[in-house]
Design a protein around this ligand. Structure first.
Ligand SMILES: *[C@@H]1O[C@H](CO)[C@@H](O)[C@H](O)[C@H]1NC(C)=O
Ligand SMILES: *[C@@H]1O[C@H](CO)[C@@H](O)[C@H](O)[C@H]1NC(C)=O
Ligand SMILES: *[C@@H]1O[C@H](CO)[C@@H](O)[C@H](O)[C@H]1NC(C)=O
Ligand SMILES: *[C@@H]1O[C@H](CO)[C@@H](O)[C@H](O)[C@H]1NC(C)=O
Ligand SMILES: *[C@@H]1O[C@H](CO)[C@@H](O)[C@H](O)[C@H]1NC(C)=O
Ligand SMILES: *[C@@H]1O[C@H](CO)[C@@H](O)[C@H](O)[C@H]1NC(C)=O
Length: 141
């Protein structure tokens, strides 16, 4: 990384190379998120208390007991959710993390991040570790 950055300085390419490192957010309501049909509950100001929805990104979150898949393009990923039991993260077909919420049913947290992926298209499969686990997905950066 450092070596390519200094090469970048020498080659005067820094501005164009670094300007590509920008974050974008995929909400739980985005079409980039594929849920198992009929097994989700959308938490928004019509269905949940405003004291809760005002803590979620863009006012919504989605609860599910089934795996769901998010497709995105980039080199880093940050996933924000909460869960009442373990959550398994499978990146591009490999189980990369098992996360347990330290304080279940409390607040939305950063549950998985990866800052060392090859730049390009990726799929992240997010699954409950146990059949009765409930995941509340808010957003992904
Ligand atoms: C993107 O967002 C993550 C998580 O909030 C943050 O750690 C990172 O510094 C941000 N990157 C850029 C380029 O803004
Ligand atoms: C979801 O529910 C709709 C309406 O009840 C039904 O037509 C559809 O077949 C269901 N899909 C699945 C995957 O269960
Ligand atoms: C959400 O709303 C509650 C109740 O109105 C308030 O106490 C809390 O500070 C709000 N939180 C945020 C992040 O806006
Ligand atoms: C935020 O929520 C509004 C209202 O539901 C929706 O129209 C909009 O597309 C959402 N924005 C993003 C970036 O998801
Ligand atoms: C990855 O996790 C899933 C879900 O728990 C599990 O069924 C599968 O066996 C795991 N795969 C590997 C290679 O460990
Ligand atoms: C991040 O992604 C890379 C490449 O896909 C993988 O090898 C690595 O194990 C991942 N790291 C984490 C913390 O999941």
């Amino acid at each position: 990384m450092l070596r390519s950055l200094s090469f970048c300085v020498i080659a005067s390419l820094c501005t164009s190379a670094l300007s590509k490192l920008t974050n974008y957010t995929i909400d739980d309501t985005s079409p980039a998120v594929n849920y198992t049909p009929n097994t989700t509950f959308r938490c928004d100001p019509n269905t949940c208390l405003p004291q809760w929805t005002n803590q979620t990104w863009n006012g919504t979150s989605t609860l599910t007991q089934d795996p769901f898949l998010v497709s995105f393009t980039g080199s880093e990923v940050y996933v924000f959710l909460e869960a009442n039991a373990g959550v398994i993260f499978n990146l591009d077909g490999h189980n990369v993390s098992l996360w347990n919420d330290p304080y279940p049913s409390d607040i939305i947290r950063l549950a998985y991040s990866n800052t060392s992926m090859p730049s390009g298209s990726h799929t992240l499969l997010i699954s409950p570790a146990h059949p009765l686990s409930l995941i509340e997905f808010d957003y992904l950066i």
